[in-house]
Write a protein that binds this ligand. Structure first.
Ligand SMILES: [Fe+2]
Ligand SMILES: [Fe+2]
Length: 325
């Protein structure tokens, strides 16, 4: 990877990013905020009544669903890790406040920040969570950071985030659907609102990659293939409980998500296929021979992954998380 070239391409996209900020972000007063959805504590009588109703609905949520929701919340709460990663990327790391990439990242973070706030507050009010255990996992996860294997390359990172925003959108949407089936329409609404944000984020990141494909096609293709070779790992892969080792409960969280169909190996394949189509991989021209090989690898990957996915068994062990009372 040629760092100088990366910086140049990123700087060349300044006006594109400025335009994307206008397309995708709205004035703050038009956004939903957690307080629009959750009980207002300044009206004590009404508050107590509404919390009772919220708790009655939350009581029916199945164990795995609650576990996945808590894992998702912890992932959202580790936002400082994601923002600091974005700020370390080539083209974003020059500290200038007027750098539109940095402006864009701050606005993305500001939107994301509502997700953890809303989910965290909902879980607190639900009465079903050992809040201290969850908070300890949040503190661990932020301290542990992540290793998404992109280094400070914006191309690799945008592949990662293009993929990951779709994954979170799917996950929140399905948790919402399952919550509704379990009778919790408050949680269903919360998840739908967050999923809509994630869908928009996916479009933003995918738009960046699409644009870079027109500016620097070979390097973009090689970066995409490289990320798929390494596999897109979840941002919470270091998830642990207070006394566990780094990453020790991640598998249990991921198993629970597979078991209830919130996020599965098939989803991984579908996202890959979807983003490859979105970027019209087959029609990209002016590729070097290395980039041609990278494209071949990506295009053949869904079939290979499908063969692996067929053999996978959904784990049946329901792990007892310290987060749930
Ligand atoms: Fe989010
Ligand atoms: Fe997002």
């Amino acid at each position: 990877m040629n760092i100088f070239q990366r910086k140049e391409v990123m700087q060349g996209l300044d006006s594109f990013v400025t335009n994307q900020i206008e397309v995708f972000y709205k004035p703050v007063e038009t956004y939903w905020q957690p307080s629009d959805i959750l009980p207002d504590a300044s009206d004590l009588d009404g508050f107590v009544q509404r919390v009772r109703e919220l708790q009655a609905k939350a009581k029916e949520l199945p164990y795995d669903l609650l576990a996945v929701l808590i894992g998702d919340t912890i992932t959202e709460e580790a936002l400082p890790t994601y923002e600091s990663h974005l700020f370390s990327l080539e083209g974003m790391n020059d500290n200038a406040d007027e750098n539109p990439w940095r402006q864009w990242s701050r606005m993305w973070t500001a939107e994301e920040n509502r997700h953890g706030d809303l989910l965290n507050r909902y879980l607190y009010l639900s009465g079903r969570v050992n809040m201290k255990a969850m908070e300890q996992s949040v503190q661990h996860l932020i301290s542990d950071g992540f290793d998404i294997q992109t280094a400070n390359d914006p191309y690799r990172t945008f592949v990662y985030t293009s993929f990951q925003e779709v994954a979170t959108q799917i996950s929140h949407r399905r948790v919402g659907t399952l919550s509704k089936q379990a009778g919790d329409d408050t949680l269903a609404r919360i998840c739908a609102l967050i999923a809509a944000d994630e869908a928009r984020h996916a479009r933003m990141y995918q738009g960046f990659v699409e644009k870079i494909f027109t500016e620097d096609p070979s390097e973009m293709m090689i970066a995409f293939a490289d990320m798929m070779k390494k596999k897109i790992i979840m941002p919470a892969h270091f998830l642990r409980e207070v006394e566990g080792l780094k990453g020790s409960v991640y598998e249990h969280f991921s198993d629970a998500a597979q078991r209830i169909g919130v996020y599965t190996a098939q989803d991984y394949i579908d996202i890959l296929t979807q983003i490859s189509r979105k970027w019209n991989l087959e029609t990209v021209t002016s590729l070097t021979s290395e980039a041609e090989k990278a494209r071949d690898f990506i295009l053949k990957l869904p079939v290979r992954l499908a063969r692996v996915a067929e053999r996978l068994q959904t784990p049946s062990l329901e792990y007892q998380f310290s987060w749930i009372r």
